[in-house]
Design a protein around this ligand. Structure first.
Ligand SMILES: Cc1cc2nc3c(=O)[nH]c(=O)nc-3n(C[C@H](O)[C@H](O)[C@H](O)COP(=O)(O)OP(=O)(O)OC[C@H]3O[C@@H](n4cnc5c(N)ncnc54)[C@H](O)[C@@H]3O)c2cc1C
Length: 383
């Protein structure tokens, strides 16, 4: 059988699972190459714990070169150009050809696109920003904290609410009692895509903890000098500490390759993750999949992971010309950390019609430990 080369762009959650699964399913004469500009993978669900000081950054990181022991080639470089015609990828180190291409480049954060963005605006959507926020939190003496979802879509829809709940228990433990936390979202309800039960549960959790929720608030700009926000509805609340979920967009390299649609993300077949280009797949945050209710599938690691297993399986099946095809079914779960040693649990099927069929389980100590175990398992299982 001729040697096939599978190039995987992005060594995040989707890219790592694709590479490991392909290596398991394919003979060693086929090449599996993973490309990432970052030499180290870090586990994003734990950034929230870095923010409140429960994790040191180094405990949630693994070098991608560790994948080499499984026969995966790691190419540490930035992807500069994707040529679908020539079937090549140009990085800042080399030009690589592929038989199969898997695009798992995630979403790019563009905090600086917020009008009035300055160094004083915090976020926790990267490991470094979560670490910096932790440093600022330890010297924060209290006041009004604003957590603002700058725009849609953003990855891990529960994360800003988890942040609010974790910060509430963080401040309570430190005795920073005169702190008020406000969460602003452009959505009419939290986790709008997941339906009313999930939204109501989050509203209730926030209310119980004295966290103010402001829905349908679309951010226009930030005035860092006078410390106030400007929303489209003309509200101009003030803040002492501002934490934003920055705007997201597909990485430049996929936009310039003409892979994205009018929404700015790569459209893919919902079940197989094929793009319209032969042997080119895309998965995870870089994609857009419309749901029955007209909203896009949320960007979450659990979907990137499940999609990666499907893509790896179907590429291996294609190469072997045998076996059955797997489909991505739209199911997923996540733990929603609520602080005080508890977490809620959300699971369901986002492909259900006419709307996702999602259940939110009340926070418990068990789910919190479920999240801890999952973190340990992830970093052990794939490295
Ligand atoms: C604070 C936080 C908490 C979260 N919690 C959860 C959770 O509890 N559950 C859950 O399911 N999801 C969670 N998520 C979301 C989850 O992390 C993402 O949805 C998931 O990582 C997407 O996987 P991906 O493979 O598509 O992209 P990523 O994991 O983002 O990987 C993309 C990779 O591509 C690389 N890359 C990008 N551009 C280039 C380039 N030009 N050249 C080379 N490499 C490039 C990046 O370095 C990166 O390694 C959370 C996210 C955050 C920020």
């Amino acid at each position: 059988m001729p040697t096939k080369t599978i190039l995987i762009l992005g060594g995040g959650i989707g890219g790592i699972v694709t590479a490991r699964e392909l290596r398991r399913l394919l003979g060693t004469h086929h090449r599996v190459i993973i490309i990432d500009k970052n030499p180290v993978h870090s586990f994003p669900p734990s950034y929230l714990w870095v923010m409140v000081g429960w994790r040191k950054p180094e405990t949630i990181q693994k070098p991608l070169s560790m994948l080499e022991k499984y026969g995966i080639e790691f190419h540490h470089a930035a992807v500069r150009n994707i040529s679908l015609e020539k079937r090549t990828i140009e990085t800042d180190r080399a030009i690589l050809s592929y038989d199969y291409l898997v695009i798992a480049l995630g979403a790019e954060l563009v905090a600086e696109s917020i009008l009035g963005f300055s160094e004083n605006v915090h976020f926790f959507y990267t490991l470094e920003s979560a670490r910096k926020l932790n440093t600022s939190l330890t010297t924060f003496t209290g006041g009004t904290v604003a957590i603002v979802i700058a725009s849609l879509p953003y990855k891990c829809p529960p994360a800003p609410y988890e942040a609010a709940l974790l910060l509430e228990s963080f401040f309570a433990r430190r005795g920073t009692h005169r702190t008020v936390i406000n969460v602003y979202t452009p959505e009419p309800s939290p986790l709008f895509v997941a339906g009313q039960q999930a939204g109501d549960m989050i509203r209730q959790l926030l209310r119980q903890r004295g966290i103010e929720l402001h829905t349908s608030h679309k951010l226009v700009s930030v005035d860092a000098t006078s410390q106030h926000l400007v929303f489209e509805n003309n509200q101009r609340p003030t803040f002492d500490m501002l934490i934003v979920v920055p705007p997201h967009r597909a990485p430049e390299v996929v936009r310039s390759a003409g892979l994205t649609n009018d929404n700015g993300w790569i459209p893919v077949h919902a079940q197989t993750l094929r793009t319209q280009h032969t042997n080119v797949f895309a998965l995870g945050d870089v994609t857009t999949i419309p749901l029955a209710n007209g909203l896009p599938l949320p960007k979450a690691g659990v979907f990137a992971h499940n999609q990666a297993e499907v893509v790896a399986h179907n590429i291996a099946q294609d190469i072997h010309s045998s076996g059955f095809r797997k489909d991505f079914g739209g199911t997923g779960f996540c733990f929603l950390e609520t602080g005080n040693g508890r977490a809620g649990y959300i699971h369901g099927n986002f492909f259900s019609a006419p709307a996702p069929d999602i259940t939110f389980h009340e926070p418990s100590v068990t789910y919190h430990w479920g999240k801890v175990v999952f973190e340990k398992y992830w970093l052990w299982r794939w490295f």
